[in-house]
Design a protein. Sequence first.
Length: 502
Amino acid sequence: MIPKIKNYVNQIRILKSLKARIFLIILLAGIIPSAVMRYGVLENYVDRAVEVRERDVQNQIQILANHLITYNYLQDTSSEVVNAELEQISNLYDGRILIINQNFSVVKDTYGISEGKTIISEEVIKCFKGENSSNHDANNHYIEMTTPIVDATTTDAGNLKAGNTTDAETTDIEIIKEIKGVLLISVSTDGIVTNQEILSRKAAILEITIAIVLIGIAMALATVLIRPFNRVADAIHDVKEGFTDEIAAVPDYLETEHIIDAYSQVVSRMKILDDSRQEFVSNVSHELKTPITSMKVLADSLLMQKDAPLELYQEFMEDIANEIERENKIINDLLSLVKMDKTAADLNISNVNINELMELILKRLTPIANKQDVELIFESMRQVDAEVDEVKLTLALSNLVENAIKYNKENGWVRIMLDADHQFFTVEIADSGIGIPEESLDQIYERFYRVDKSHSRDIGGTGLGLAITRNAILMHRGSIKATSKEEEGTTFTVKIPLSYIA
Ligand code: ADP
């Protein structure tokens, strides 16, 4: 039932508006109780008024019944006193009185229609047995009541005892009651119905007035209550349109405060991303421009010398070739980085023997190590097979070993240790190199970050190697950690799950 109502509500677009909902709730909360109250009070009014009328009439006809006996009216209807009383009561209640004797014959009808006729109705028969009756006919607006006309005579049994007169008198007097006739009265309830209608009309007017006032209050409240949300929307709009960088505070509600907080966090995150994108673009441009500027300077200086010797040409062309190679390396690194920035779905996972992969990397790097007089040591604790992207992991580990060789000292060493537990394999690359200052350890993974820019440049670094490495490892759901001591060496520890976690 409730989901059905929800569905229905959702289909009516206006009911999706919080303002419309607040308006409706206030309106219904005001109108429903007043409608219920009106219905309850009016219904109750009729019942109460009929009850009071019945009690009144019952008292009057009781007195009347006694007078009928006193004036022997059932035998002789000429008593002016009784006739005047009958007239008065029937006028007072806008009703009709019938007096019926023991033969069920009507001796008096205040309307003068039924006199002499016989009436044998259930109520009359019951009344002769001593039962009062009262029936309210709500449709025809009248109450019909019967009451027995009782003749009560007292007889004295005559058993008076000397010395205890009072007691004896009370106990020995007998009351004999005889029903001599029946009084039947019909009383109109038109007056009550008219009163009910007047009350109902007044209540309706009151209700309409309340409804109009409530509509006004509900509209005003809905507008006021919704205002903070409009302010939030305006503040967000201002940021979106670029009028301001920071979202204006809207402190009215806790809820709006939460929205603003959440939105501010999104905005500042976007700003950080935008700043880093801008920084990256300017770094890329700068890095790509440097070799070109060098080439231009070399070429210009050759062109300026009309008779430059062949050796100078050769020397400058060699430098130009080196710069081209450097430009090429930066572009290749950038392409690798872009590839690594993509989603993990681009991974080409297969089961790889890490020992063999490591040996291949070391074999490829041995010539560079030999050139720098650096010794490469590989220690494998066990055979390790893991689900990895062979190309990307090779690139990551090669970068680390290459750095360990590049940032080493003469006659230094690089020790690579491979180990695994039942969940992860670890590769530790330790070197005896120049080390990384403590304060730079957190930044070395940033794109284009170099501890010593000119030294890195001299040995062919681009500042992109560790960024590529870290991305590749994160794609494998692994981790990378560096510890270092300046002038003593650095140790990188890479930890990667044996089974790939999608
Ligand atoms: P680069 O191309 O300059 O080597 P990387 O991203 O590979 O760029 O490394 C960033 C910086 O971290 C390097 O410039 C260097 O200063 C520092 N670095 C990286 N590895 C080592 C290491 N094994 N020993 C000392 N310094 C290192």
